[in-house]
Design a binder for this molecule. Structure first.
Ligand code: SF4
Length: 194
């Protein structure tokens, strides 16, 4: 199910953003092995974390343990850098973006410069696309990021509709609570894996 949904989103991103940017003379330069944007703040809606959690729970126990270990380390670094973790609304989290970048904390899903959850990575990662040389992404303001805001708004409103539908189903209390959050993506996965 999630695979089908993300396949559709990827197809839309390819047709509406990647091809469109290329047609404007700004080809996307993101490629396998790029990872600088994995040091940036990643925000997501609760539904994205639930999808990722279902996927993680379907992997081997060894893989799941490794993910949980990485998430714990990430949480400790966040706490020692005095970053505000327990935030449920994105407006407040945005305020932490600069501080997060300066803290140099890699995403807990990054391993040997690759994304461990690539198939179920959140929408924010899928649309973080640069049209400048990858090394420019070493600096927060160095990259030419392709604007996807109207497309993003559309997809986010669809996520919201699905979340509202799920809230009416007999799912457990914890899942319902997470569905109402929008926050740091790893934090949401921590909450939903608990
Ligand atoms: S989820 Fe994957 S793609 Fe997104 S920031 Fe983390 S490692 Fe990078």
């Amino acid at each position: 199910m999630y695979k089908y949904s993300y396949d559709i989103i990827d197809k839309l991103i390819f047709e509406n953003i990647i091809k469109a940017s290329e047609a404007k003379g700004k080809p996307i330069s993101c490629k396998k092995g790029c990872y600088y944007c994995c040091y940036e703040q990643v925000l997501a809606q609760g539904i994205e974390a639930l999808i990722t959690t279902v996927w993680i729970n379907n992997q081997t126990r060894h893989f799941r343990r490794k993910i949980i270990k990485n998430l714990k380390k990430w949480q400790q670094k966040m706490e020692s850098s005095k970053l505000n973790l327990d935030i449920k609304m994105p407006q407040e989290v945005y305020l932490e973006a600069d501080k997060y970048w300066k803290s140099n904390i890699p995403c807990p899903f990054l391993f040997h410069n690759s994304c461990l959850i690539y198939q179920v990575r959140p929408f924010a990662c899928r649309t973080m696309l640069a049209a400048s040389p990858p090394e420019n992404c070493k600096r927060l303001d160095g990259a030419v990021i392709v604007n996807c805001s109207s497309f993003e708004q559309y997809v986010r409103s669809e996520f919201l509709k699905v979340s509202q539908m799920l809230l009416n189903l007999p799912i457990d209390y914890k899942q319902k609570e997470i569905l109402t959050y929008a926050s740091w993506f790893p934090y949401l996965v921590i909450k939903s894996l608990e």
